[in-house]
Design a protein around this ligand. Structure first.
Ligand code: ADP
Length: 443
């Protein structure tokens, strides 16, 4: 049984997890750094523990501090949210060693699937279409020969990368040594691993991912796909479900491929299998798997009516999946806009005090956030402060509803990307669905 969950995270996802726990009659513990004393997530849990100074390495990423907080509050389980320790197999192992239930898959699965090179090998074995990889050891004639065979343009990626960081498009060999040297350093610093690899760069892709969920009794289903093509610097800005570019046949193929991978690795939690869909070739390729809840999970919840966090907790309690594939039906369309505290011109974070915050509401509008009027956004964490999620019968109505919602939103005192969302939502190409991941660069 799970009686008390410590949420090893902050901000909107901590609040989101607490809500599901409350509905399941599970007690909650929040942790917070000294910079987050006034964050909503530290106020809405049954108990809150300060675990250290603002720097994430000393607080939210500090294994000992997090585990000590669980120990002193008697939490039997830890929900890691996304980011921070959510895909850290060493931390998951430490939880198990301390007799604490880590709400997620096993440390072995986290480790295997957390490495992009290894997870692609596994996906190949599960018969998923995968873009070939070349691991970069050093820049020499052998590597150049392999790259020539693959053909430019190529993309250099960090094997342990995430959040769109550590990637660079390469269109010729010019300056390759220096680029590799720099990316290795960056990757070591950000992810503790300097392994880089190369894959073919797809010029016009859509980002399509499939939500899967498996239990510890061998049952595994999918909850459809999400389209996360509207991105800036490889980071998602708007997500939606379903994707309007897939035919019924393609949808079936991509969802089945995700289920096949999940079954192949005996996946037993909530997870996402990510693909790129090449618009020119009309082919899709597996790129990576995320073994955690994702930022954009609400759009799936809106069209399926399934609480993914509750499901994740029930699975961690050893319960059998309460849904079979045929129980899942898809209802209408949902869009999520990530509201970031950022400068609209430079896209740099814009922390500071919120002078006035008004959340949109009304039928079919959900807001997942942790901010309020008078709240001071700290400078040390991610700039996403709120997610507006709309749900309606079809895509056009959903866009209209989202336009209404973001127009209703007031977020003053800081700079934000609300105007960017308005611009996208009124864009002709966005309405037609005729765009790739380059969309934001072009508008
Ligand atoms: P991360 O784990 O850092 O989020 P991903 O591998 O999931 O990195 O890729 C993030 C985004 O980068 C994708 O959604 C896509 O826009 C872009 N991308 C990744 N691989 C390729 C590729 N081979 N060709 C073109 N774009 C790519």
């Amino acid at each position: 049984m799970i009686k008390k969950v410590l949420i090893a995270n902050r901000g909107e996802i901590a609040v989101r997890v607490i809500r599901s726990c409350q509905e399941l009659d599970i007690d909650t513990v929040s942790i917070y750094s000294t910079a987050d004393e006034n964050s909503l997530h530290a106020k809405v849990a049954d108990e809150s523990v300060c675990i250290g100074p603002p720097a994430a390495t000393k607080s939210y990423l500090n294994y000992q501090a997090v585990l000590t907080a669980a120990e002193i509050t008697g939490a039997d389980s830890i929900h890691p949210g996304y980011g921070f320790l959510s895909e850290n197999s060493e931390f998951a192992q430490m939880c198990f060693d301390c007799g604490i239930n880590f709400i997620g898959p096993s440390p072995e699965i986290i480790k295997k699937m957390g490495n992009k090179i290894e997870s692609k090998e596994i996906a190949k074995l599960a018969h998923l279409p995968v873009l070939d990889s070349i691991t970069i050891n050093e820049v020499n004639s052998e590597l150049k020969e392999k790259i020539n065979e693959m053909g430019f343009p190529i993309l250099i990626k960090a094997a342990s990368g995430g959040g769109g960081r550590g990637m660079q498009i390469i269109r010729s060999f010019e300056g390759l040594e220096d680029i590799v040297k720099r990316l290795k350093q960056e990757s070591k610093l950000a992810f503790g691993d300097d392994t880089l690899f190369v894959e073919k760069y797809i010029e016009n892709p859509r980002h399509i991912e499939v939500q899967i969920v498996g239990d510890k009794h061998g049952n595994l289903i999918h909850l459809g796909e999400r389209d996360c093509t509207v991105q800036r610097n490889y980071q998602k800005v708007i997500e939606e479900a379903p994707s309007q570019i897939l035919s019924a046949k393609e949808r079936k193929t991509i969802c089945e491929a995700a289920v096949n991978l999940g079954k192949y690795i005996n996946y037993d939690s909530v997870g996402t299998v990510e693909f790129l869909y090449d618009l020119d070739e009309k082919k899709f390729y597996f790129i990576e798997m995320n073994t955690r809840i994702q930022v954009e999970h609400p759009v799936t919840e809106m069209i399926t009516g399934v609480d993914l966090v509750a499901l994740q907790i029930e699975i961690a309690m050893n319960k059998k999946l309460s849904y079979s594939q045929s129980d899942i039906s898809f209802n209408g369309h949902s869009i999520e806009c990530r509201i970031n505290a950022e400068d609209p011109d430079t896209f740099m974070p814009s922390p500071g005090e919120i002078v006035h915050y008004h959340r949109p509401g009304g039928l079919g509008v959900r807001v997942d956030d942790f901010i309020y009027t008078g709240y001071k956004i700290p400078h040390c964490y991610d700039s996403m402060v709120s997610k507006v999620i709309a749900h309606s019968d079809n895509r056009e109505k959903c866009i209209k509803k989202m336009q209404r919602a973001v127009s209703e939103m007031i977020l003053s005192g800081i700079k934000s990307n609300i105007d960017l969302h308005k611009k996208v939502l009124s864009n002709k190409e966005f309405h037609s669905g005729n765009y790739s991941t380059k969309f934001l660069k072009l508008i």
